[in-house]
Ligand binder design. Sequence first.
Ligand SMILES: [Zn+2]
Length: 458
Amino acid sequence: MKQLLLVAMLGLSLSAKAAVGIGPISQPDNGSNSAGCIPASEMTQIAKDFTQFSNLSGKEFCNDNSQTAYLLAGIEFIRKVQFTQPMTNSADQLFKNNFSGDWNKYLTNLIHTFQIEQSCPVGVIAFVYGFFHQNTMHVCPAALTNAFTPLDLASVFMHEARHIEGYPHTTCSQGPRAGLNGACDSKISDTGSYDVTVETYAQLGQYGKDINPAYRALAQASSFIYAAEAFQTPVQINKDEAFLALNTDREMYQIDSGLKAATKIGATANFGHIAKSKMGLILIPEDKNLPMSRVFITGETTPIAGEYNDNAATRGNVVDYYFAWTWNARIEKNKVQFFCDKRQNPTQSVVVQLGAGEALSVVYPEGYTPEKNYAYVTTTKGTVKISCEGSTGQIVAANNVTVDTDLKRVHKAGSTMLGLTNDGQLLNLSANSKRVDLGLGTVVDVTSFTRATFFDKK
Ligand SMILES: [Zn+2]
């Protein structure tokens, strides 16, 4: 009899993203197995650890996009990944070397068989039956596609292995996952499975060798997000807030929250609107023929999959997106499509008409607050509050927020509110809308971003 499902809820965030087209990176190339083949000698070792692969022993295995291929890519990644030494603890609670020993040894001690499931509940990507100390990990179809990187699989496998040692989850009583069964651990210092998730991503993000920069950035974001979401007792994370600005030369600048200096950090391939998401920044290109892509703070972009990218015909209607932790909204001129209920299939949505005025932009006068269930949108007839209160989409007048229609964007970093005018000027909205001239020329877009300071250390 199966009594206790210890489920990896990592799928929660991924399915929420999938709902509005922010899918993962589509090319699983981490640089370490770029040829897409696992050498015969490695397959022999893998078959020794997991006898289910004995028929593949002694033969080179090349990625054929099968579920087995993705599973093996995760196993091989754990075998091969290396880290720069020494791996110093973070000053906060993100990385305490609790799981930084030999990952392959840890996994193979606890897991002897991988069972590929034919179907799983929405949002579930892997699970084990912990009470029986069975050494089988059940892996769901959602995990075995190119939507998951080998880094993600490595983190999931380590997370599930920890359950075998007797660390179940609890129901979240507060925070963005409130009410979700088995989606929280009590506190990170208990060193349960979500601590494994946070620390493995932090380790990959800070100390992993030969990691594709895009994957490194996502690993850092994942560590930060799980630390912020999956614990009843808030995790201490030291973080830094700043602004990013894109100018007409496609140059990306970082601006400190005191608005004192701008530092060029890279360039983007295309012009567009930089939207915020829980996994980082997204570029919605001005040219609607182009797909959405992720923006890393160097300005590098990587194409991503998803609803937006797959539905070119309706892209022209998109004004902006709002991505929170457990809900999302697609904003068009006259309507907002809400993806509210984290317990439902993420493809379910509700459309609410805007009524008067046309939508212009999501604005962030309170900063980016993805844990909250509301956000603000400017329209030609004033600012409205969009929300998923009561788990359904709502649009009401924002009585407490007034945004000048001359402003294209409003963002906050630290205690500073920065505005961008329609003609490309930056204004310090925390100081009587004083013009901010940092020599950037005409600014096309601006946003804010938050980073765990642990990842700033070289
Ligand atoms: Zn779990």
